[in-house]
Ligand binder design. Structure first.
Ligand code: OGA
Ligand code: NI
Length: 369
């Protein structure tokens, strides 16, 4: 039989399996709870992805910076905090913040509420299972399930919190109050960090707010349940986040890794800490000053689920001419634009045209290095 016939029949089989898994609405949590000892083929990643799946073991490995925000209102301390945020956003694209003003009890309640959602019985969760990525509330396994070449070992509850918050009744009751509260707290932290990032570029403190970077946001509560074959799949595959800034809260189960100088670094959960990372749009508008960095989550080999809650902060209003690009006030003959301007259509077509990936939009619009 010709190879091409083989390839297309196996991709049909794969699509059939993907559909069956999706229609079962059981998610990977359901598969895991059913006691399976080997994972379905649709979750098996390519050999290249599988070749370096391990925790970073070198004792000398770098760690992403932790920045203490306790004195951000003090004129004596603020410049130093701005410098730390700027340096972290330039070199690692990732940092943790502590003393950000959110009580530990709120962090714990948020994690527990998302965990409680994912631990509900199949019949209860199946009611919420649907794919409606661009708005409202959705719960599904692998948002990019039908676009990606291999599925990953996580389920997600996603809700758009801005510009329009969802109807309250749409949010599952077990986590309704907690996630509404989390949205307010995390947005306050994001606003504080965006002010620091704005100052780090030599701009007015309020410039990012003016540019509406915290108005459009989507909250995602991920669950990475126990995976019986963590060497054959990933929790979430290597990618960069598309938006401006991401705020991430995780429980104590490890797995998140960040790419730095050709190595994968483990992001160790810091008690009470929140993780912040730069997205592709921030790299673009800063004309490459801040870096959007690749990260991934290893499949969870522990019995306890790994839980993370991310909020992606996006651009709400595009420029009056309909485009987005490097901020003009950052450009000069010495700092010419390295990216061309692009439209929302270009962004959406690129994003929904394939599974999550690394900087594909940035690659498309780069005009000089
Ligand atoms: C993401 C992501 C990491 C995590 O949702 O984009 O990178 O720890 N999540 O869940
Ligand atoms: Ni991400």
């Amino acid at each position: 039989m010709a190879a091409s016939v083989d390839a297309s029949s196996s991709s049909n089989d794969r699509m059939k399996e993907v559909k069956e898994f999706d229609e079962s609405k059981m998610g990977v949590k359901g598969l895991s709870d059913s006691g399976i000892t080997s994972i379905p083929q649709i979750f098996v990643h390519d050999p290249q992805t599988l070749s370096d799946l391990k925790p970073s073991s070198k004792p000398t490995a770098a760690v992403i910076p932790t920045i203490d925000l306790s004195h951000i209102t003090s004129p004596a301390h603020r410049p130093n905090i701005v410098d730390q945020v700027k340096a972290a956003a330039k070199t690692f694209g990732f940092f943790q913040v502590t003393n950000h003003g959110v009580p530990v009890s709120v962090l714990d309640k948020t994690v527990n509420a998302v965990k409680a959602f994912h631990e509900q019985p199949h019949e209860v969760k199946a009611e919420y299972y649907k794919r409606d990525e661009g708005k409202g509330v959705m719960y599904a396994s692998n948002n990019d399930l039908y676009r990606t070449t291999a599925a990953s070992w996580h389920d997600s509850l996603q809700m758009w919190m801005g510009p329009e918050p969802p109807n309250v009744e749409e949010i599952p009751e077990v986590c309704r109050e907690e996630l509404a509260a989390w949205d307010l707290h995390a947005t306050k932290v994001a606003d504080d960090v965006m002010e620091l990032l704005s100052e780090g570029l030599g701009l007015e403190r309020g410039r990012f707010k003016e540019l509406t970077f915290s108005d459009s946001r989507v909250l995602v509560g991920h669950c990475y349940p126990y995976c019986p074959q963590p060497d054959l799949t990933v929790g979430i595959k290597a990618h960069t986040d598309p938006g401006i800034v991401t705020v991430l809260l995780q429980n104590h189960v490890p797995g998140l890794q960040v790419r730095h100088e050709n190595e994968w670094l483990d992001v160790k959960p810091v008690p009470g800490g929140l993780i912040i990372n730069v997205g592709d749009f921030l790299q673009i508008i800063s004309n490459g000053e801040y870096k959007s960095v690749q990260h991934r989550v290893l499949a969870n080999s522990r019995k306890e689920s790994r839980i993370s809650i991310v909020i992606f902060f996006n651009l709400a209003k595009w420029r009056e001419d309909g485009y987005c690009g490097p901020l003009p006030e950052l450009l000069s003959p010495h700092n010419p634009p390295i990216y061309r301007d692009f439209t929302p259509q270009e962004f959406l077509e690129n994003f929904y045209g394939k599974g999550i990936d690394t900087k594909s939009l940035i690659q498309k619009i780069t005009i000089r290095n």
